[in-house]
Design a binder for this molecule. Structure first.
Ligand code: NOJ
Length: 566
């Protein structure tokens, strides 16, 4: 029976490589996570999404799995894993793992076999095709990899090409093969039997490819989408895994819904469809980026329109709320001036701006202390996405290299992957050794130790907000109304259930802004319950309100016992 526990959960995402290193090799590990379980409990989260810890050659930092039932030795052992899982459960924290099954690593046994010969029993585990052109030396179609470049690689042994929507070390699995789907069922059940509480399904919207793999339209950037995003058999396949595995345990199955809008995502997350429980939207993080790597000017109106789309989905669809993860730049330097004097106010405002929405919120490691993007020289970027962008640009049009560097300074995934800043110590409390990736030099000022000591910090604000949100019916089930969809500075929305209303007003500008329309909401007398300023207006009056830089205010209406809680 599904209890749908995730509707009252607050998630914390751990990117294990960068979280905490227990053995001084410079790489975060499971024993490091174990040492921080009390920290998570103190913050108040009750679920963790753990990025991959499986055996992997790490070409894409674990999103290229070579054994789905083993722990990568650099992270520890299966015993360590079980201890971590028990430790989480003892503290009332659920564990959701990453399930990366659109593709595997090319070092997986299945692929090693598959490439040996055309009649190998594993041949059809992957998508092999003859090439086009003379001697078949041109790729079978014109699809491009999500990280730029061709989506096909030629293999000499059998003189055929295999498909990889990501890097060539990540061959796409052939979901049309029932044996592959059975493997997925078995992998899920293996981890559920161990006690794992769910999966975040990596690029799950890509698993079904159009028959005949036709050419895609448009520019050679992310080309081919129309033939594999929510492809022809997606519902059948998700339904099958759901029936054979996911529905048999009390799980959360959240899919990374890359390439889909809120309207399309409904078809895979509505409760009665028995496919996924929720979807991680890309619509929001694409408001200020095109094709995943071209920075655009942040547009608050578009941002609100996307939020409204997801918030107004029917009640049988439950959204996922997030600003950050291991693929996204840091929100505090993305949606505002996270290096400025109002850094603290901004971090708190952003927290409220998504925690008060309907859905399950995720906090990405370091977000709770306002970690920022990092400045890197071109050669310091490690991530395969940035490396491929630089490589392709250098090959295709070198004069645009400065542009590529600028784009990566805003967008590279490296920004999210710098080691967690636990303290001001040389290794930031993350490691005693040499960190696998550069530590942000600002860890002297921005670190967990300092944040926990200061009761007015972003960290303490998150802790209180997490507590406030838990089991809050208004936030979980309440109606959503956007009161200022066209305002370019203010995000003002209401959550309403029965007679009680929360009016949330966020100033997205680093300056004082007057919001004169507040009286139109008809909530005169509503009392301030949450604010990021000490001297805030404590009630909605009969006229407008003036908000200080990045000020946020939550007013409660219809409850005589309202009092300021943060
Ligand atoms: C999405 C993951 O979040 C990202 O890190 C990875 O590179 C791709 N999927 C491919 O697995």
């Amino acid at each position: 029976m599904k209890t749908r526990w995730y509707k009252d959960a607050v998630f914390y995402q751990i990117y294990p490589r960068s979280f905490c290193d227990s053995n001084g090799d410079g790489i975060g590990d499971i024993r490091g996570i174990i040492s921080k379980l009390d920290y998570l409990k103190e913050l108040g989260v009750n679920a963790v999404w753990l990025s991959p810890v499986y055996k992997s050659p790490n070409f894409d930092n674990g999103y290229d799995i070579s054994n789905y039932r083993e722990i990568n030795p650099e992270f520890g052992t299966m015993e360590d894993f079980k201890e971590m899982l028990d430790g989480m459960h003892e503290r009332g924290i659920k564990l959701v793992m990453d399930l990366v099954v659109n593709h595997s690593s090319d070092e997986h046994y299945w692929f090693q076999e598959s490439k040996k010969s055309k009649d190998n029993p594993y041949r059809d585990y992957y998508i092999w095709r003859k090439g086009r052109g003379k001697n078949g030396k041109k790729p079978p179609n014109n699809w491009t990899s999500r990280f730029t470049g061709n989506a096909w690689t030629y293999d000499e042994t059998t003189e055929e090409w295999y498909l990889h929507l990501f890097t060539k070390k990540q061959p796409d699995l052939n979901w049309d093969n029932p044996k592959v789907r059975q493997e997925v069922v078995d992998i899920c059940n293996f981890w559920f039997e161990m006690g794992v509480d769910g999966f975040r399904c990596d690029v799950i919207t890509y698993i079904s490819k159009a028959e005949g793999l036709p050419d895609g339209k448009g520019l050679p950037i992310l080309r081919g989408d129309e033939h594999f995003v929510l492809g022809p058999n997606i519902h059948k396949y998700l339904n099958e895994i759901n029936q054979k595995s996911w529905s048999k345990y009390d799980t959360l199955i959240v899919g990374e819904a890359i390439g889909t809008t809120h309207k399309e995502a409904q078809s895979i997350i509505a409760e009665d469809r028995n496919e996924l429980d929720s979807a991680i939207t890309f619509e929001l993080v694409q408001v200020d980026f095109k094709w995943d790597f071209l920075p655009l000017k942040f547009n608050l109106k578009k941002f609100k329109a996307v939020q409204a789309g997801w918030q107004n989905l029917p009640q049988n669809c439950f959204p996922t709320l997030y600003y950050e993860n291991h693929d996204q730049p840091r929100s505090i330097t993305r949606y505002g001036n996270g290096f400025g004097i109002y850094r603290k106010e901004l971090g708190k405002m952003l927290a409220v701006s998504y925690f008060m929405l309907r859905g399950t919120p995720y906090v990405y490691q370091g977000q709770e202390i306002g970690m920022t993007n990092i400045y890197l020289k071109e050669e310091e970027y490690i991530d395969v996405m940035a490396r491929q962008v630089f490589g392709t640009m250098r090959k295709v049009f070198p004069p645009l290299m400065p542009f590529a560097r600028w784009a990566m300074s805003k967008r590279a995934r490296d920004h999210a992957r710098t080691p967690m800043q636990w303290s001001a110590a040389p290794g930031a409390g993350f490691t005693d050794g040499t960190p696998w990736m550069k530590i942000n030099p600002n860890h002297g000022d921005i670190n967990v130790h300092a944040e926990m000591k200061n009761s007015n910090s972003i960290w303490h604000f998150y802790k209180k907000l997490i507590e406030f949100r838990k089991n809050n019916e208004i936030i979980r089930d309440g109606e959503y109304i956007d009161h200022a969809p066209n305002n370019k500075s203010i995000f003002c929305f209401e959550r309403k259930l029965g007679d009680v209303r929360y009016v949330v007003i966020c100033n997205f500008k680093e300056k004082t802004v007057a919001f004169n329309d507040v009286y139109k909401i008809g909530a005169k007398g509503a009392k301030l319950i949450i604010s990021n300023y000490d001297n805030a207006q404590n009630e909605i009056l009969g006229d407008g309100i003036t908000l200080k830089p990045y000020e946020v205010a939550v007013f409660e209406y219809g409850n005589s016992a309202s009092k300021r809680i943060i």
